[in-house]
Design a protein around this ligand. Structure first.
Ligand code: ADP
Length: 492
């Protein structure tokens, strides 16, 4: 049920039931849970609150659809993805408004996410038609080796709230392209965009049972039911490292294929020869995209002693100029955080850094609005042992640490359990090459503050995850290799 005010505002006939076997259906208990706008604290909608009985219906639908779906032609699957891509772009304004309302990001960023999210469907519509194998012979020349690829089978897809559309399309796109069916559980804080996406895919011609969406306020029992079902062959998860570890333990029980996009703690390193204007633009992009609520967000800024005064003063000025408010207003550049707990966490991290000697360079004015706002903040002289250096801040706070040598900063940057993204600003090609090689991460931005792109393999090393999403390898996560040996006969 969408509240009347929200429906008028969003101009959408969005369905808020579960989507199982091609049907919109209430939760078996009839329960719903509210979805709140983090900028206004208004309830936008009440969404079906699925539980284990619904999880069971969903996984059975995915199981029943798997064989037929795997037998469809690559072109058929590509055409569905392409049609969904077109529909998403046609509805950019509507989807952007929905995302801003349930998640808080400014409209301009929400529109950007619609384009970015849709692009995964276009990319994987192209990949669907290019699933190729390999053919060779054994080294002694006796057997032909034929390598083919098959869909892994029904998948469990779990997404976070920070990119409500793109995290869905990044998993659903390759699953569809590969010929997998799926059960999908979006984050309980942002289920509306996921439901809109399910409607779009049905409109684009996706057969019943291929995608089944269960929204729930109690993710643990729903997902555990899928993981222990013995039906699901793969888990693709984006979220916190702690939940990722729980799911990996569950996956072990049935030896499920696992893709994990977990936390990050990205260093943003500015060398003394950097183009400072570009480094400032990059810092704003890497820090402030999504209000800092991104796993690729610059979490630790390391700035060389020679330029730190200039850089930090100018960054603080830029951060103070950003307009904070309800993302639905066209002028807003920084929206609210997702929930009160996020604001509290950021406040505690900042207080900890200050207690340990950090100084605040921004005005840090409190925002006098009802939503979950936190002011853009720049800190300098942040000591290595500050909590925020080893915690994902997930907020608009830029902690600056001074460094003197390459060895020192590379060591500090790598001193993390995570290894997702890193950013380096330098004009020296040799230094760029060295940092790119020595930083222990899955993605390096050289003189750029944005690394995410559907054509690139997104993912991390260490405790940031397993596997890659997007790029040429993205579809492989949803495919199994099969090798057939055949004697070479008819030899003279
Ligand atoms: P975040 O801290 O970004 O909210 P979470 O890891 O808590 O990250 O959430 C990411 C996704 O994982 C969400 O869809 C959430 O509902 C789901 N989730 C949270 N706890 C569990 C759990 N115990 N088992 C399965 N999924 C979970």
């Amino acid at each position: 049920m969408i509240t009347a005010a929200a429906r008028t505002k969003l101009n959408t006939g969005l369905n808020t039931d579960l989507f199982i076997d091609g049907q919109w259906t209430p939760a078996s208990t009839g329960a719903t849970f509210p979805v709140e706008n983090p900028a206004t604290l208004h309830v936008l909608a009440h969404v079906a609150d699925g539980h284990v009985a619904d999880a069971e219906r969903a996984i059975q639908a995915a199981a029943a659809a798997q064989a037929g779906w795997a037998a469809t032609s690559p072109r058929q699957r590509a055409d569905i993805l392409r049609a969904a891509y077109e529909i998403i772009l046609d509805r950019t304004d509507e989807l952007a408004a929905l995302m801003t309302a349930e998640m808080g990001k400014p409209l301009a960023e929400a529109r950007g996410e619609v384009t970015y999210g849709a692009e995964f469907f276009r990319w994987f519509s192209e990949e669907a038609a290019r699933i190729n194998g390999d053919s060779t012979t054994t080294t002694d020349g006796t057997n032909r080796i034929l390598v083919t690829k098959e869909p892994v089978g029904p998948c469990v897809l779990i997404t976070p709230w920070n990119f409500p559309l793109a995290m869905g399309t990044r998993k659903i796109g390759p699953a569809i392209a590969a010929g997998c069916t799926m059960v999908f559980k979006p984050a309980e804080l942002t289920p509306l965009t996921a439901l809109a996406l399910a409607g779009i895919l049905a409109e684009a011609g996706l057969p019943s049972g291929v995608l089944n969406v269960v929204t729930t306020s109690t993710p643990a029992p729903v997902v555990e039911h899928w993981m222990s079902s013995g039906i699901a062959r793969k888990i693709s998860f984006t979220g916190s490292t702690s939940v990722g570890k729980i799911l990996l333990r569950q996956a072990a029980e049935n030896v499920m294929r696992s893709s994990m996009e977990l936390g990050g703690n990205a260093p943003f390193i500015v060398l003394p020869d950097a183009d400072l204007d570009k480094a400032l633009d990059g810092a704003i992009a890497a820090k402030m995209r999504n209000m800092g609520e991104a796993c690729t967000a610059a979490n630790r800024l390391y700035v060389h002693r020679d330029i730190v005064d200039d850089f930090s003063r100018r960054l603080a000025k830029r951060m103070d100029q950003l307009i904070v408010g309800d993302g639905a207003a066209d002028t807003t550049q920084v929206g609210p955080l997702i929930e009160q707990a996020a604001v509290t966490k950021v406040r505690i991290l900042v207080q900890d850094a200050i207690t340990r000697g950090a100084r605040v360079l921004t005005a840090n004015e409190t925002i006098d609005q009802p939503g979950y706002f936190y002011p853009p903040t720049v800190l300098v002289d942040v000591p290595a042992d500050a909590e925020m250096n080893s915690t994902e801040i997930f907020g608009p706070v830029a902690p600056i640490t001074i460094f003197d040598t390459d060895d020192e900063v590379i060591r500090a940057a790598n001193n993390s359990a995570w290894g997702l993204a890193a950013y380096v600003y330098t004009q020296d090609l040799d230094k760029a090459d060295r940092y790119s090689r020595e930083l222990e991460v899955g993605m390096v931005g050289i003189n750029t503050g944005i690394v995410s792109n559907p054509a690139a393999p997104f993912g991390g090393i260490k405790q940031s995850g397993l596997g890659r999403e997007g790029g040429r390898v993205g579809i492989d996560e949803f495919l199994e290799y099969k090798y057939t040996a055949m004697p070479i006969t008819g030899r003279r």
